[in-house]
Ligand binder design. Structure first.
Ligand code: ZN
Length: 114
């Protein structure tokens, strides 16, 4: 049984996949979700925010066990948390691309063996 599809598409897909796999290293401090700047009113009627859109705060939103979680991130953590969120997204994107390439290679192999 042949286990590798042939042809130009297959070699392009394999090249893409191997270059991704080579650089793919699990970022051990990666974070899920996304970081966003929100505005919250503090609720004190005399605060200036009562007439404006609220105090700016950073929130990390992510899914855990199928539930949406939101965590407030202190200003001085924002740069580091953003870096960890970006690392997580890049890793996930690369894994998805490898899986997609493998699925396309499987389809090419099926066509050859029909
Ligand atoms: Zn306020």
């Amino acid at each position: 049984m042949k286990t590798e599809p042939r042809g130009e598409d297959a070699s392009r897909l394999r090249q893409k996949k191997f270059s991704l796999v080579r650089v793919l290293k699990l970022p051990e401090d990666a974070l899920p979700g996304s970081l966003a700047l929100c505005h919250r009113r503090c609720g004190r009627p005399t605060c200036h925010c009562a007439k404006e859109k609220g105090h700016p705060i950073w929130m990390l939103t992510y899914m855990l066990d199928g539930k949406k979680r939101v965590e407030r991130i202190p200003d001085e953590w924002v740069e580091e948390v953003q870096r960890r969120v970006d690392a997580g997204r890049q890793f996930r994107d690369a894994v998805t691309e490898v899986f997609n390439a493998n699925a396309q290679l499987l389809v090419l192999l099926r066509r050859q063996t029909m």
